[in-house]
Design a protein. Structure first.
Length: 220
């Protein structure tokens, strides 16, 4: 079964799938996923109800057929005590995971397209034994410490031509968001990573508030 492009790309009010990733970024994820070779993995950290997951799956199916692995806490573990209450209340509900599973079934995302890992992003990264990761999409914890922890765990698994995309990296964010600072701790000066050439793709409607930071690895 192929991924249902019409369902994934439906963006009319009241018909698009619920989520927190804006259309500009969804389209970018589709493009990036299509470029990942079939022998490399696409990894998503933070899925919520699966809106971005669908665009990653669609891009992969239209491109070279890379497999997508999505990692999210959902309700499997108790949230860390340092997680903001609003994140726990919003994302830590059983209904969110059920909505994710229903949507994956709707768009045709079976095990041949998608693997689901439930747990903390960094913990899953430390235990990763899959293929090299060609695209890492980060929409997990947004504090500088969270981002640093997650990228440190996943960096050894990234391919020689990998791309990292991090959501909510714009300037004016809630106080507990500091995505770019966390990424800089890991990628600024890391061998092979083009931190100076990083790109911030801003949300068209609110360019001062939301965006995705894209950092590429340069082949040696």
């Amino acid at each position: 079964m192929s991924i249902d492009a019409g369902r994934v790309t439906e963006w009319r009010r009241g018909r698009r799938h619920p989520g927190l990733v804006e259309l500009t970024v969804c389209q970018l994820l589709r493009e990036l996923a299509a470029a990942v070779p079939s022998d490399e993995a696409i990894v998503e950290l933070g899925a919520y109800q699966g809106r971005a997951t669908g665009w990653l799956l669609l891009g992969a199916s239209e491109g070279q057929g890379a497999h997508v692995t999505t990692v999210d806490l959902w309700t499997l573990h108790r949230p860390r005590p340092d997680y903001p209450d609003q994140l726990t209340d919003r994302y830590g509900q059983r209904e969110v995971y059920e909505a994710f599973k229903r949507y994956m079934a709707e768009i045709g995302a079976g095990p041949d397209h998608l693997t689901v890992r439930r747990g903390y992003a960094a913990n899953v990264g430390r235990r990763w034994n899959g293929p090299s990761v060609g695209l890492l999409w980060h929409d997990a914890g947004h504090s500088a410490d969270d981002v640093e922890r997650d990228l440190t765990a996943w960096l050894p698994h990234l391919s020689d031509t990998a791309v990292i995309a991090l959501h909510d990296a714009a300037n004016h964010q809630p106080p507990h968001y500091d995505v770019e600072s966390g990424a800089a701790r890991v990628l600024d000066g890391a061998p092979g990573w083009d931190w100076e050439g990083r790109r911030l793709v801003r949300w068209t409607r609110r360019p001062d508030r939301r965006g995705v930071l894209v950092v590429r690895r340069q082949p040696s």
